[in-house]
Design a protein around this ligand. Structure first.
Ligand code: IMP
Ligand code: MG
Length: 178
């Protein structure tokens, strides 16, 4: 097997700027609907959205509570299996709460569609979706993602939480795995 090459795509400075812009928009939108001191519930998809969530939450100027969900649609390869499975549920009662779901990348759209349908059944006051990256050309299901940091072409990317077979997550930048 040939060695994989890693080509830098989005550096640390750009990631920080993307998060800052997203946070500004999110803070603006929520300050219109939140009661005073009311926190939003941030639901983070493990493991990939870990770094994104940690950085974004600290940029958002409103109180928040965090919880985690684990979903997988990928095996060890770079192609989606087309199936979404949940392996860890949230522990928070989101009924009547303002909920923001964070994923690191939208590909086919299945993960966020699956999650939003599931969380909507639990009666949140509002439900919004945010993703650091999106590959619009790969969309297979219709899903409206409220906040997208950056659109990218159809390339497999790793770093800043994104993995290939669980590797590369700790890289501080995002690169294309060729
Ligand atoms: P979707 O359900 O097809 O939208 O896939 C979303 C999930 O697939 C993401 O949360 C990632 O975990 C994974 N994924 C999609 N594209 C990539 C990629 O380029 N690199 C790493 N993981 C990816
Ligand atoms: Mg993911």
């Amino acid at each position: 097997m040939q060695e994989k090459r890693l080509v830098p795509m989005i550096d640390q400075t750009e990631i920080r700027e993307i998060n800052r812009q997203l946070a500004l928009k999110i803070t603006d939108d929520y300050s219109l609907i939140l009661a005073k001191e009311e926190p939003i519930i941030v639901l983070v998809t493990l493991k990939g959205a870990l770094f994104f969530a940690a950085d974004l939450m600290r940029e958002i100027g409103i109180p928040s509570q965090v919880d985690f969900v684990r979903v997988s649609s990928y095996g060890a390869g770079t192609q989606s299996s087309g199936k979404v499975a949940m392996s860890k549920e949230i522990e928070t009662d989101i009924h009547g709460k303002h909920v923001l779901v964070l994923d690191e990348i939208v590909d086919s759209g299945r993960t966020l569609k699956f999650l939003s349908e599931r969380f909507l059944k639990q009666g949140p006051r509002s439900l919004k979706l945010a993703a650091l990256l999106s590959k619009p050309s790969r969309r297979e299901v219709e899903i409206n993602v409220d906040y997208i940091g950056r659109e990218i072409p159809d390339r497999f990317v790793v770093g800043y939480g994104l993995d290939h077979a669980n590797n590369y997550r700790e890289m501080p930048f995002i690169g294309i795995l060729d």
